[in-house]
Design a protein around this ligand. Structure first.
Ligand code: TTP
Ligand code: MG
Length: 342
């Protein structure tokens, strides 16, 4: 039987701000955009004190301001959060090299071969993160990644949940289907139409019935996931498929110079990122979202892999030229794909 640990930091961006500004501890604080709640932008995260007002990630900042005008609004300081994230991953790697980095504030560890009890490992990790960084996290430990990820979310903040296969019916089945990794809002609606809202209900229907509604491989996934089955290994190194950046304008714009300047800047940022991690790319895709949310993408594939800013910028502008800018633009994005090391 494997032992997989999933760790997720509590109110990550907000907790880091509270750690470096102790006067903010215990207060409703909201991190998002450039910290000005009168401007366009969304909430990246909110402290647990702010969540009591109904504020959550991805909510427009202006709405958050209406719900809690007394909250402290702060800009996203991504560089700082990334530094803290790297320290956390370093702490995790001091326990085992079998660490899968899945996000800025979360990771899986395969602790099967460590000769310490699950509870002791979790407590030691929590203590080290608290002592060295003054932050708290929530940990789930289970026989696989799927269950460990659900477990870490059962008790938050500062939680620890250790679950085994015999707990699936009692702890997993009553949860909404959305708690399963890979079940997004669309699947949630489709399942609801089939009369299914919790994982236990999903586990009660046959694979044949699922296949009537979903593709074969996704049906297989849902069938197994609802039963707590997941054989996927902890992967210590992922090759990225693409790198991208996008930006939403403060005001929708049809000014060519503004659009061009932003496209050039975003392309430079993606290229810097590629160079920093040693990749070259072959396709450049650009995305334009108009003020009515109509979204268009166009891609340009190059003959060779490259990290040349001149070539990639030219390809981005070629792709842009194939979109008719007939309305004001709300968002522009660049993605470079078909990455290869070199
Ligand atoms: P989460 O782990 O989803 O959230 P959290 O750590 O703030 O809170 P919780 O205690 O519930 O785990 O995401 C980690 C960080 O990622 C979060 O602090 C900010 C960022 N983030 C966004 O920028 N936008 C988003 O929509 C989400 C969900 C997270
Ligand atoms: Mg978190």
């Amino acid at each position: 039987m494997r032992r997989i640990l999933h760790l997720d930091m509590d109110a990550f961006f907000a907790a880091i701000e509270q750690m470096r500004h102790p006067e903010l501890v215990g207060k409703p604080i909201i991190i998002g955009g450039d910290g000005d709640p009168t401007k366009r932008g969304v909430v990246s995260t909110a402290s647990y004190e702010a969540r009591k007002f109904g504020i959550h990630s991805a909510m427009p900042l202006r709405r958050a301001y209406r719900l809690c005008p007394e909250a402290v609004f702060l800009p996203v300081d991504y560089d700082e959060y990334l530094k803290v994230s790297e320290k956390i991953k370093g702490i995790l790697r001091s326990f085992t090299s079998l660490v899968e980095d899945i996000g800025i504030d979360e990771a899986f560890l395969d602790i099967t071969d460590l000769n310490i009890s699950s509870e002791e490992i979790a407590m030691e990790i929590k203590k080290k993160i608290k002592d060295e960084l003054n932050l708290t996290c929530s940990i789930g430990i289970a026989p696989n990644k799927l269950l460990a990820k659900i477990a870490s979310d059962i008790k938050k903040p500062d939680g620890l949940s250790i679950i085994s296969e015999k707990d699936i019916e009692r702890l997993i089945w009553p949860l909404p289907v959305r708690k399963l990794w890979g079940v997004g809002p669309k699947t949630e609606v489709q399942l609801k139409n089939m009369g299914i809202s919790i994982i236990g209900e999903l586990a009660s229907i046959s694979l044949g019935r699922l296949i009537e509604y979903f593709g074969k491989s996704y049906s297989n996934y849902l069938y197994e996931a609802s039963r707590g089955i997941d054989e996927s290994p902890v992967i210590t190194h992922w090759e990225p498929k693409s790198m991208s950046r996008e930006t939403t304008f403060q005001r929708d714009t049809d000014d060519w110079n503004t659009i061009a300047k932003n496209l050039a800047e975003l392309t430079r940022e993606v290229v810097d990122n590629m160079k920093g991690s040693g990749y070259k790319g072959k396709t450049v895709t650009i995305k334009i979202r108009f003020s009515n949310f109509e979204t268009h993408t166009r891609a340009k594939t190059l003959d060779d892999f490259t990290n040349s800013i001149d070539i990639l910028r030219k390809a981005a502008f070629e792709a842009l030229g194939r979109i008719e800018l007939k309305k004001k633009v709300r968002l522009i994005g660049v993605r470079i794909g078909r990455l290869a090391r070199g």
